[in-house]
Design a protein around this ligand. Structure first.
Ligand code: MG
Length: 399
């Protein structure tokens, strides 16, 4: 495709461009070349894919993890594309004058610092990395208020709520209702969850996603993290956010207003919808039915809803408790979860050890952690302490 971006094209820095959301963001750019241009691509370890993307989209700069620097630099030597490496570079590209919007689609807690930098430089944020808000939601909210920028959600549930809230005064909102598919193990009990293996957990019934989020989805931690994310994004207390299981993933979430009316946003499960809306809102850009198949309710037939099972999936209840406690508790929850999920994927621990480890860390952190994390340094220190303690518990089999 040779279409040149218009002067008015929104210039994107895509952090995590080789991951699931990153590659789908580039698909959205391919479909709307007059509206979006790629200024920066950043990836961790997937050098081959980053090089391909850079050659296709011709960004001003790319960032890769330290280990891949030589390979990417050599491959792009004959182009004008600048090549940087490492976390500091990831942070610096977020401050580039030539970037309008930062798409944060990196994995886990590493999204926080670059997001704060982007906010401080008044970039629009399209946020796919929920851990950023779970860990540092208070800091991000403060910074967004101070610098007057916006954070548009890419998570499908939050995009749904964001769409339902368009044109609605904040005071009218009574409750948010997050839907979740229930994951691949819906209906199972603790007993027969004990021995489920990572490859089973990675098979999500309705969404295609990265490995970490697929495990979070299987434990229902994903819904818990989304509840914390929603509280920060929309300024709603955790007590006023409900979760309902909806296996078909057609109703992406709902808002209940104080007059009793409820609005929902619907669509087939496809992350390109939320990505496009995060970038284009309040505009709606045309997508053909071949690109975005239209929803046929009569073909789907029935939509079902059920209560979330907190008894057999304790991660959701743990996240709700951490959200209500507030302060540094969600950071503790997130750090313990990231380490536990990595250990599960590595087959060091069992599926039900994930909630056990998190509960252990939340209890150990206690009331003290609620007061922690008021600034970035303390938050990162708390995060590191909890990661180390979780690692230690795994190595000592202290579960
Ligand atoms: Mg989601």
């Amino acid at each position: 495709m040779t279409t040149e971006p218009k002067e008015s094209a929104q210039r994107l820095a895509i952090l995590g461009s080789t991951g699931s959301i990153g590659t789908q963001t580039l698909e959205v750019v391919r479909r709307h070349p007059d509206r979006f241009a790629v200024e920066v691509l950043a990836a961790g370890t997937q050098t081959g894919r980053l090089i391909e993307q850079a050659l296709e989209f011709q960004p001003n700069a790319v960032v890769i993890g330290e280990a891949g620097y030589g390979k990417v630099r050599d491959a792009l030597a004959s182009t004008d594309i600048k090549v940087f490496a490492g976390d500091e570079a990831l942070n610096e590209v977020c401050a580039f004058d030539t970037v309008d919007t930062v798409v944060t689609a990196v994995m886990g807690g590493m999204g926080l610092r670059p997001t704060l930098t982007a906010v401080a430089h008044r970039k629009k944020i399209a946020l796919a990395n929920k851990e950023t808000l779970v860990m540092g939601g208070l800091l991000v909210r403060e910074a967004v208020a101070r610098y007057g920028t916006v954070v548009n959600p890419i998570d499908s549930e939050h995009s749904a709520i964001f769409q339902c809230l368009q044109g609605e005064p904040e005071a009218g909102v009574e409750k948010l209702i997050l839907t979740g598919s229930g994951g691949p193990f819906r209906g199972r009990t603790r007993e027969n969850l004990r021995d489920v293996r990572p490859e089973q957990a990675l098979k999500h019934p309705t969404w295609r996603m990265g490995r970490k989020i697929s495990i979070d989805s299987a434990t229902l931690m994903n819904k818990g993290l989304e509840l914390i994310e929603a509280a920060h994004l929309f300024g709603v207390r955790p007590e006023n956010i409900d979760v309902v299981i909806h296996p078909q993933s057609i109703v992406h979430s709902l808002v209940q207003f104080r007059d009793g009316s409820v609005k929902a946003q619907l669509g087939l499960p496809d992350m390109k919808g939320p990505i496009l809306y995060a970038l284009s809102s309040p505009d709606r850009l045309p997508e053909s039915a071949a690109q975005t198949p239209r929803l046929s309710l009569s073909q789907i037939g029935s939509l079902t809803f059920e209560e979330a099972d907190r008894e057999n999936f304790p991660c959701l209840a743990l996240a709700e408790a951490a959200a209500r406690a507030g302060g540094g508790m969600p950071c503790v929850l997130n750090a313990a979860n990231e380490v536990a999920v990595a250990a599960y994927l590595n087959e060091e621990i069992g599926f039900m050890d994930i909630p056990a480890l998190i509960e252990q860390r939340l209890e150990a952190a206690g009331a003290d952690a609620v007061k922690r994390g008021r600034d970035l340094d303390d938050l990162l220190a708390l995060d590191a302490e909890v990661r180390a303690a979780t690692r230690e518990a795994i190595e000592k089999h202290n579960l």
